[in-house]
Design a protein around this ligand. Sequence first.
Ligand code: NAD
Length: 337
Amino acid sequence: MGSAIAKIVGANAAKNAKFDNTVKMWVFEETVNGRKLTEIINSEHENVKYLPGHKLPANVLAVPDLVEASSDADILVFVIPHQFVGKVCDTIKGKIKNDALGISLIKGVDEGPDGLKLISDVIQEKLGITMSVLMGANIANEVADEKFCETTIGCKNKNHGALLKELMQTSNFRVTVVEEYDVVEICGALKNIVAVGAGFCDGLGFGDNTKAAVIRLGLMEMIAFARIFCKEGPVSSATFLESCGVADLITTCYGGRNRKVAEAFVRTGKSIEELEKEMLNGQKLQGPATAAEVYLILKHKNMVDKFPLFNAVYQICFEGHPVTEFISCLQNHPEHM
Ligand SMILES: NC(=O)c1ccc[n+]([C@@H]2O[C@H](COP(=O)([O-])OP(=O)(O)OC[C@H]3O[C@@H](n4cnc5c(N)ncnc54)[C@H](O)[C@@H]3O)[C@@H](O)[C@H]2O)c1
């Protein structure tokens, strides 16, 4: 996704005088076919490991040094698997501009001593910069292919929202800006848990009606969770109708990697870790990890019973419960009682 968004940002920055022409993209250095990945990207303008088959604009410069990539940036776009956020922030802390704006595309949550912590809040606290988020039905390959999609920016400040929209929007990547940034971010994290449930149903041979029920019940739990944990302001139903809500949930339950690996988990009997290594070529799975974090947050609040779908995904992935328990969870869901 980092390369897919760099393609958009690079193209927009090149034609809009408001932005610097060069877009630096920090790349976690790896050796690919005996060569450094950053060198390949800078000579061939393609991230051959993570986004093969898509050319990046020539003004996108891959930089292996994190501080060098970020120290003079006015806008920092965070797109890394959420387990690396802490280390990345610690590396650039005190070395970036104080008034830089941050925008996070990272889908996940953290579990802190007081319960839920948003990834954008983790970044904001560590770096002291103003954060916004971008979430939506945006599977990276399709974004890079310039297939039409929509996305949602969650941003409290109207001027920042307008600027970020100018940076990100194209004719095939349509941006809506809403103020409830915390609801936008929660949607992006929780939908990955629901997608694991959708994959379980596919693995068990259930059909489209079942998947629609998983999506609906998952959405109900997402809304209930946001109403308890998003304390920044209102949690309006309208936000769940944006791309970050129902649209991202649908695409992830049909097309995403969480669904795919969960289906294989049922069909092969292998562990989630084994399948992540076998099937994803270095990419990371977010759904099971988010289910584990959400489970701890709910346990802390004594609320596990109110979120049976989220809980069933956790129990099946980590506590050895049989996958058929997911179907009993649907049959006995409190929404039907
Ligand atoms: N893939 C998507 O369709 C998509 C869409 C929207 C948002 N996102 C979000 O973007 C973020 C990145 O997801 P992704 O799918 O592009 O990545 P991924 O899960 O495919 O992981 C690969 C990325 O992780 C980096 N990486 C590997 N080891 C690292 C390390 N030790 N430190 C730092 N980085 C390391 C790699 O360089 C590569 O860029 C996630 O938070 C995800 O939720 C992904």
